[in-house]
Design a protein around this ligand. Structure first.
Ligand code: AMP
Length: 280
């Protein structure tokens, strides 16, 4: 596995692969890799000829009071995991390689980016959309893989790639979970034992909504109430949002007639966690 750090080297590597007729798969990450990330790598290895993973903790997607400084950075362990998994290239740029001096461009997918997580984290999705645009242009992949765990992010990236006519296929990959259902996340390591036990209810709440939906409940407000009750009963009171939305557009729905998604963001202790489940 090669490690690339600057723009020119990344461009040159991709150009070379394409010249050889290879299809490139790309997975952008912020590192502190876990089995969820590796599942994306596996999908890319199966669907393309060579796989690039980027590790970049993007400052512009963190708010001033968020965890940018304490976000886990474990490059050597990550590199080892990626090499073991069979990844072909690690792109690990520094801030100036992604945002060269004089950088002034922002990519905003609005109003999608101001809803749900964007309401709680103003500017977050502009940071995400901008960095992903830069990275896609640097790597020039045929396919890019995103976790459905970050469902709103997935919908935003799909929208921006379509709107800006970028020549890349966006693939959504189902959420990888711990055995008790908690969605894997680099931020799970912030949880105390007590928080960790409590956090299981997040997936429990999503499953309860899905079960009720499958038993015939099609009213969004009633499904939201069922899921909310599970969170509150588990002692999770700081629910930033819990909503049933269209899976395609994330617009609100009252009665479910097409594929929908239940999404939530909660605070457990000091940690903000998100999860979702598709209602098909
Ligand atoms: P992050 O490093 O948190 O920015 O995540 C990088 C990519 O991995 C994003 O596309 C995430 O949606 C995806 N991802 C993170 N956790 C999971 C998970 N538990 N299952 C599937 N994909 C995930």
């Amino acid at each position: 596995m090669v490690t690339l750090t600057d723009r020119a080297a990344m461009h040159a590597w991709s150009r070379e692969q394409r010249k050889r007729g290879k299809r490139i798969g790309f997975i952008p990450t912020m590192g502190a890799l876990h089995a969820g990330h590796l599942h994306l790598v596996k999908q890319s290895l199966a669907q393309t000829d060579c796989t690039v993973v980027s590790i970049f903790v993007n400052p512009s997607q963190f708010g001033p009071k968020e965890d940018f400084d304490r976000y886990p950075r474990v490059l050597e362990a990550d590199r080892e995991m990626l090499a073991q998994a069979g990844c072909h290239a690690l792109f690990h740029p520094d801030v100036t390689a992604v945002y060269p001096e004089g950088f002034q461009t922002t990519v905003a997918v609005e109003p999608l980016g101001s809803d749900l997580c964007g309401r709680e984290r103003p500017g977050h999705f502009q940071g995400v959309a901008t960095v992903v645009s830069v990275l896609l242009n640097l790597v020039q992949p045929d396919r890019a893989f995103f976790g459905l765990k970050d469902y709103q992010q997935f919908v935003i990236i799909r929208r921006l790639v379509h709107d800006l006519s970028m020549d890349v296929e966006i693939i959504g990959v189902p959420t990888v979970r711990e055995t008790d259902g908690l969605a894997m996340s680099s931020r799970n390591r912030y949880l105390t034992d007590e928080d960790r036990r409590r956090a299981v209810a997040i997936h429990g709440a999503m499953v309860a909504a899905k079960t009720a939906f499958e038993a015939g409940e099609k009213g969004a407000a009633r499904l939201e109430a069922i899921a909310r009750r599970i969170l509150i009963d588990a002692g999770i009171h700081r629910i930033q949002y819990l909503a049933v939305r269209s899976a395609d557009t994330l617009m609100p729905v009252k009665v479910i007639t097409a594929q929908s998604v239940v999404l939530t963001a909660v605070k457990v202790g000091t940690t903000r966690l998100i999860d979702n489940v598709l209602l098909t």
